[in-house]
Design a protein around this ligand. Structure first.
Ligand SMILES: [Zn+2]
Length: 425
């Protein structure tokens, strides 16, 4: 069944041109759209869904380059008994305590609630990095099922590490292997250099090579990652990854990359690896900020699990970027949209032209091709997202999820959050 958007103002996400048009949206993964001067006669489209997009803006939907659905049920939970004094303590007292208590029901609730928020925020492609050391088996399949039910495209991975011993490490490899070999697109996930020994790193690179994909790993998020690497391996993190063959893999994603030296930046620039920038998380964890302008072009934006709103991430990155690199309007828009290049260049599926947002944005000033970026930075927010189309299917209409039941999802999430918080007491 085709979908028609009539009387739309279509903004081409690449050249920012504005076209008054009707749009025919084909359904299916990597489907296309057609701009029409006139709608076909009503008889021939009587079985199609037609949305009146008069006075609305229609443009390509968004992607998230680094998410953690596993943190969804943390919102509002009690602070840890001991107050963390640094980044590694934040991991130990908060996140590693939370992720060890997740079971498959909680993971399902986390994924459904995150998918709901992504959908409503116009994020139709999610790259996730998941951890649940005592519920690894089937975790990726559980997240996939939740994302698929809401209608989002995705690249999933399990963040393996040595922090919980050999048996759990092997389970991570097993789940990743099963998931990727079942034909699912995704990454081989690793937590970070300081929790990944050489054996695991080697196995991860072999698995990624066999499955024709990249690693997804945090890199130098805190200085502690570099200190640990220098102490244990007498080299810096990016050098360690390069020596292990990780930078030669197809489409590896390195989260953060805050504390790199010039030589490491040069290594990254000359590789096919991508960086995911997450400034709100960096501010929250007080781990530092960096000037990404010297890092080359393969940088995209993520949320690091803080939320599921990429317009918010773009704005935060713009304001922080004023301090760190004097980023321009085109600079931040380009970085916000880089995820599409990442997906395309690495042959992943699910980010075709038939992924769209319909914005009900009625500004107090003129909006056109020439000043769109000023509206992007200072005006357009996720609250303006009226409807969302993912792979040609309408998943959000009039600000309501229609591919699932919002109330049921949130009730289920609250019930599972209650169970999780009880376990954390
Ligand atoms: Zn992260």
């Amino acid at each position: 069944m085709s979908l028609y958007l009539k009387n739309a103002t279509f903004i081409d996400w690449q050249d920012l041109s504005f076209t008054q048009t009707h749009i025919k949206v084909d359904e299916g993964v990597d489907g296309s759209i057609e701009l029409l001067d006139e709608l076909p006669d009503s008889n021939s489209i009587q079985d199609s869904k037609i949305i009146d997009a008069k006075s609305k803006l229609v443009t390509k939907s968004f992607g998230c380059g680094h998410h953690h659905i596993y943190s969804t049920l943390a919102r509002g939970m009690s602070a840890p008994a001991k107050t963390p004094q640094n980044f590694v303590e934040i991991l130990k007292y908060v996140w590693w305590n939370l992720d060890k208590n997740l079971d498959l029901e909680m993971i399902k609730a986390s994924a459904l609630a995150s998918a709901l928020y992504c959908a409503k925020n116009g994020v139709t492609f999610v790259i996730d990095h998941h951890a649940s050391p005592f519920a690894i088996e089937d975790s990726l399949f559980t997240i996939k099922e939740a994302f698929d039910s809401v209608g989002l495209s995705h690249l999933l991975c399990y963040e393996m590490s040595d922090r919980d011993g050999e048996e759990i490490r092997e389970k991570g490899l097993w789940e990743t292997d099963n998931y990727l070999r079942a034909g699912n697109q995704g990454h081989v996930g690793l937590h970070a250099s300081f929790t990944v020994g050489d054996t695991l790193l080697k196995k991860a690179v072999i698995l990624a090579t066999e499955c024709n994909t990249g690693l997804h790993i945090h890199v130098a998020e805190d200085l502690a990652d570099q200190t640990d690497c220098l102490k244990k391996y007498k080299k810096r993190v990016v050098q360690r990854l390069k020596d292990a063959g990780a930078l030669e893999l197809k489409g590896s994603i390195l989260g953060h990359c805050l504390h790199l030296e010039k030589e490491e930046i040069a290594l990254l620039k000359n590789s096919g690896s991508w960086i995911a920038q997450n400034v709100e998380s960096n501010l929250n964890n007080n781990v530092g900020l960096t000037d990404y302008s010297t890092y080359g072009d393969n940088i995209m934006l993520g949320t690091d699990g803080m939320h599921s709103d990429m317009l918010r991430s773009a704005k935060a990155s713009f304001f922080v970027g004023q301090k760190t690199e004097q980023i321009s309007y085109p600079g931040i828009y380009n970085r916000f949209r880089k995820v599409h290049q990442y997906i395309k260049e690495n042959d992943f599926k699910g980010d075709g032209d038939n992924n769209l947002v319909i914005l009900d944005y009625n500004p107090p000033t003129e909006i056109n091709q020439d000043n769109f970026l000023g509206h992007f930075v200072f005006g357009i927010e996720s609250s303006h997202i009226d409807s969302v189309i993912s792979s040609g299917k309408l998943i959000v209409e009039d600000k309501k999820l229609i591919s699932g039941d919002e109330i049921d999802i949130l009730n289920f999430a609250r019930e599972q959050a209650g169970r999780l918080w009880e376990k954390l007491k």
